[in-house]
Ligand binder design. Structure first.
Ligand code: KG4
Ligand code: ZN
Length: 341
C-alpha cells in the first residue's frame, strides 16, 4: 500500500510517500520559520498562503524522487487537526481533491497521533505497549499507548507546553523565534548551577506538568540582572533547560513506574533536545527500561509521520467518510478504536 502524507497544521509543509512493504520512499519539507521570524511568531494567514504555494510542488518532487505516479497511490493521508484552521484547510483541500480525482481513499490523521507513532519509523522501533512522552510546541502529554488508536492520557500540562516554555523563554532572552533549538544550543555553553530555577510539579502525586511558573521565574531572574551579558544569558539557558528536562524525565519515570511498562517513546519537537535525550538515556541504563526516539528530522513537524500514521489507519480499515473538514481542536484520547466505515 502506497500512502501520500500531507502535513500543513502549522508552519511546516511536509509531504511524504510511505509504502507498507518498502517503508519511507521519499519526503520533503518546507519550513516557514524565516518568514514568521520577522513577526516573532506564526502569522496564521501567511502560513495558509505559503502552504498553498508549497504543497503541490513538494508532492511532485516526492513522486519524482520515489519514481511513482499519482495513479499508483493507494490512499492520501492528511493532518485533519489539531492546528491552525486555515493551514489545516490547505492540506485537507488538496488531499480531498486528489482523492476525489483519483477515486482513492482519504484519511484524516490526528497530528499528535502522527508524532506519537513517529518513533516507529526508526530502527529499532518499539513494540506496543509503551509510554509516550509527547512534547511539542502545543502539547505536553504522557500517554499509555497499547496499539494504533489506543491512547490513554496519563497526564498533561496544566498551562504552557514544554516547547512553548522553551520558545517564550528564548524570546525573553532575545533569542528570536522559534527559540527552542537556539536556547538549547546556548545552554551547552552555560553553567546550569549558577542560577537555581524551580522544578514545577516534579513531586506532585499526579503525572501532570506546569511550565508557566518556570517561565515567570526566568523573567524575574532576568529583571534582577539588568543588562544581560552573553555568559549570563548562556547560564540562564542552561539553568532553564536543566529544570525543564529534570521535570520531563522525572514524570516519565513516574509514568513507567505507575504502569509497569518498560518502554518509553519520545515524540514531538522537544524530543530533538540533546540534553533531554542524554538524561533519558542515562535513566534508561540505570532503571533498565528502553527509550525510543523518532529519527531527529522527524521530531518536528513532517509529512512522513502523517503518511505513516495514515498507512496504519488504512490497515485498520479507517478511511474518510466523505466529510471534508478540519478539527483545529481535537483531543487525542477521543480517537479510540476505529469504526469500520
Ligand atoms: O512538534 P513541533 O514541530 O510542532 C508542534 O506540533 O508544536 O514542535 C515544535 C516545538 C517548538 O516549540 C520548538 O521550540 C521545540 O519544538 N523544539 C525544541 C528543540 N527543537 C525544537 N525545544 C528544545 N530543544 C530543541 N532542540
Ligand atoms: Zn507537531
Amino acid at each position: 500500500m502506497l500512502v501520500l502524507g500531507i502535513e500543513t497544521s502549522c508552519d511546516e509543509s511536509g509531504i511524504a510517500l510511505y509504502d507498507t512493504q518498502q517503508g519511507l520512499l521519499a519526503h520533503r519539507l518546507h519550513t516557514q520559520m524565516a518568514m514568521h521570524a520577522e513577526y516573532g511568531g506564526v502569522v496564521p494567514e501567511l502560513a495558509s498562503r505559503d502552504h498553498i504555494r508549497r504543497v503541490l510542488p513538494l508532492t511532485e518532487e516526492c513522486l519524482k524522487a520515489a519514481g511513482k505516479t499519482l495513479q499508483e497511490l493507494d490512499a492520501i493521508a492528511y493532518t485533519e487537526g489539531p492546528g491552525l484552521a486555515g493551514a489545516l484547510l490547505v492540506g485537507a483541500s488538496v488531499a480531498n481533491a486528489l482523492a476525489f480525482a483519483l477515486n482513492k481513499p482519504v484519511i484524516g490523521v490526528h497530528h499528535l497521533e502522527g508524532h506519537l507513532l513517529s518513533p516507529l519509523l526508526a530502527d529499532p522501533a518499539p513494540a506496543f505497549p509503551f509510554i509516550a512522552l509527547l512534547v511539542s510546541g502545543g502539547h505536553s502529554q504522557l500517554m499509555e499507548v497499547t496499539g494504533v488508536g489506543q491512547y490513554a492520557l496519563l497526564g498533561e500540562t496544566l498551562d504552557d507546553a514544554a516547547g512553548e516554555a522553551f520558545d517564550k523563554t528564548a524570546k525573553l532572552l532575545g533569542l528570536g523565534y522559534p527559540g527552542g533549538p537556539a536556547l538549547s544550543r546556548l545552554a551547552e555553553q552555560g553553567d546550569p548551577k549558577r542560577f537555581t530555577l524551580p522544578r514545577p510539579m516534579l513531586h506532585s502525586p499526579d503525572l501532570d506538568f506546569s511550565f508557566s511558573g518556570l517561565k515567570t521565574a526566568v523573567l524575574t531572574l532576568v529583571r534582577g540582572q539588568g543588562e544581560l551579558d552573553n555568559v549570563t544569558r548562556a547560564d540562564i539557558c542552561a539553568a532553564f533547560q536543566e529544570a525543564i528536562v529534570e521535570v520531563l524525565v522525572g514524570k516519565s519515570l513516574k509514568a513507567l513506574k505507575t504502569t509497569g511498562h518498560k518502554q518509553l517513546v519520545i515524540a514531538g519537537g522537544v524530543g530533538a533536545n540533546k540534553q533531554l535525550r542524554q538524561k533519558l538515556d542515562e535513566a534508561a541504563q540505570r532503571r533498565k527500561f528502553k527509550v525510543f526516539y523518532p529519527p531527529l528530522e522527524f521530531c518536528t513537524d513532517n509529512g512522513a509521520m502523517i503518511a505513516f500514521a495514515g498507512a496504519q489507519r488504512l490497515a485498520q480499515g479507517v478511511i474518510g467518510l466523505g466529510s471534508f473538514g478540519v478539527k483545529p481542536r481535537w483531543d487525542l484520547g477521543s480517537l479510540g478504536t476505529p469504526v469500520q466505515p
